[in-house]
Write a protein that binds this ligand. Structure first.
Ligand code: NI
Length: 172
């Protein structure tokens, strides 16, 4: 089932989310719904607070090549356990900030530990787009958006555009 995606600014997008103690059927269903919502958008990552649920849960799939097999990943309580000195720059966007893009510099490689949908602990190193995406999604769990990395003026400009978009959508 698709879920509505919150649009910035929204107080729920600024909250630090709670760890998941127990992957209940409800939370597992939420992860499936988030994947469906992400693919439909379409996007390459989605965090639970973006659908209004303040738990530490993200989903991602950064496979972009036409015809390549999808690689859906579900991460409960994801944590960056190591980051490279080397950085990379990607033009980022966010399903909660539609049609706004900006370059963000982040560590080029990160090692992430998480609990998968079956409750098993996992650890993996990510690079390239996957590294950027997983960091962007984990930021969401700490109430941080990619525009928080931008200069204040640019951030305010984007926020005003989003306020206007929300007013227009509310009228529609
Ligand atoms: Ni985002």
């Amino acid at each position: 089932m698709k879920r509505p995606i919150l649009i910035h600014p929204d107080p729920r997008l600024k909250k630090v989310c709670s760890p998941v103690d127990d992957i209940t059927g409800e939370l597992s269903k939420l992860a499936d719904d988030m994947l469906e919502t992400m693919y439909d958008a379409p996007g390459i990552g989605l965090a639970a607070p973006q659908v209004g649920v303040l738990y530490r849960l993200i989903v991602l799939d950064c496979v972009k090549e036409e015809g390549a097999a999808p690689c859906p990943m579900v991460m409960f309580n994801p944590e960056i356990v190591a980051s490279s000195e080397e950085t990379s720059v990607y033009e980022e966007g966010c399903l909660s900030i539609p049609e706004q893009y900006a370059e963000v510099t982040r560590p080029a490689e990160v090692e992430v530990a998480w609990i998968d949908q079956q409750g098993h602990p996992r650890k993996q190193t990510f690079d390239k787009l996957w590294a950027t995406c997983v960091q962007h999604e984990i930021d969401h769990l700490n109430g941080k958006l990619f525009i928080d990395y931008l200069k204040p003026l640019k951030r305010q400009m984007i926020t005003r555009k989003m306020q206007k978009l929300k007013r227009e959508r509310a009228r529609a």
